[in-house]
Design a protein around this ligand. Structure first.
Ligand code: PEP
Ligand code: MN
Length: 337
């Protein structure tokens, strides 16, 4: 349920409504807009008589939300959320590009790649230290030793860092090195992990599960938001379809659909969507043209030698060319790079 307060209503009116909801055992999430405040009410609201709250001073309307997601919806928050990562705003005018290798392999690889992507205009350095590999025999990641390298390379090149968290026990050890914790497609419905990420105060990037509907994806985000962590970025990374030519099928329509349904920033990952480097650039152009707030792209300084996802990793020169192309597209859709 959502309670829309009258424009410019006194704070004490908002507090009175909030106190009554809390007294009745509901969780209240406040969204303070430029001229209007909205309260998201979470709990067993089905038996509640909405008129009781409509009669409070300062209440404009009480809306029972028909979508099962609440805090991530545009009904709860009309203005777009801007998640600020080390001074970089994700969800504002700027299209934010996150780039780097699939997995952290060694110092030379991360620093070489970081220098090249930073020079081309990337703002966030990616690199997995815990890898969700389809095969248990494949390289599983360097762990915290890898994250130290990622942090050092990002500091040298003035970038933020993003890395995947696979389970609750990894969260604490990652916090000193990682600015955005990424939840991978395979973990989108790991509800215990999502709830634990709701308790931290660091941005979380929630990738879409490979067979998740948009509603399931937004409900997954709700696990993080309802814990009080409002810094959630969504990432479309391709879904599984009957097509086998590409690794997955990029659901480009998810970008405008999410923008309509939710205030959360939405970015997309063309690398895991298409799975081959020769198709990453056209998809990246389409993602930006469709209105995404950013891109997550795999780049490796020497993709042929990559331990993981080499065939879909761009060469640094390709990444530079892509950024040059985006500089032409971005102003055409009213954004900056
Ligand atoms: C990744 O970004 O490294 C990754 C494993 O992606 P996904 O979870 O989308 O497969
Ligand atoms: Mn990868």
């Amino acid at each position: 349920m959502i309670i829309v307060m009258e424009k410019h209503t006194a704070d004490e009116n908002i507090e009175r409504v909030t106190a009554e909801l809390v007294r009745r055992g509901f969780d209240v999430h406040r969204s303070t807009g430029s001229d209007q405040t909205v309260l998201g009410v979470v709990g067993r609201v089905d038996t509640l008589d909405t008129r009781e709250f409509e009669l409070f001073d300062g209440v404009q309307e009480v809306v029972r939300v028909s979508e099962p997601y609440k805090l991530s919806s545009r009904t709860f928050r009309r203005e777009k959320t801007v998640v600020t990562v080390r001074g970089v705003p994700v969800g504002g005018d700027q299209v934010v590009v996150m780039a780097g290798p699939c997995t952290i392999e060694n110092e030379h690889q991360v620093f070489e790649t970081a220098r090249r992507v930073a020079r081309a205009g990337a703002r966030v350095l990616r690199g997995g230290a815990y890898k969700p590999r389809t095969s248990p025999y494949a390289f599983q990641g360097m762990g915290v030793e890898g994250l130290k390298i990622l942090r050092a390379a990002a500091d040298e090149t003035n970038m933020a860092t993003i890395s995947e968290v696979m389970e609750i026990s990894q969260i604490e050890g990652m916090l000193p090195y990682v600015d955005i914790l990424q939840v991978g497609a395979r973990n989108m419905q790991n509800f215990n992990l999502l709830s634990a990420l709701g308790q931290i105060r660091k941005p979380v990037l929630l990738k879409r599960g490979m067979s998740a509907t948009i509603q399931e994806w937004l409900l997954a985000s709700e696990y993080i938001l309802s814990g009080g962590n409002y810094d959630v970025i969504l990432c479309e990374r391709g879904i599984r379809t009957f097509e086998t030519y590409t690794r997955n099928t990029l659901d480009i329509s998810a970008i405008p659909v999410i923008d309509k349904l939710s205030h959360l920033p939405i970015i997309a990952d063309p690398s895991h969507a298409v799975g081959r480097r020769d198709k990453v650039m056209p998809l990246a152009r389409a993602i930006v043209a469709a209105g995404a707030d950013g891109l997550l792209i795999e780049v490796h300084h020497d993709p042929e030698k990559a331990v993981c996802d080499g065939p879909q990793s761009l060469y640094p020169d390709q990444f530079t060319r892509l950024m040059d192309e985006l500089r032409i597209i971005v102003p055409a859709v009213g954004r900056t790079l």
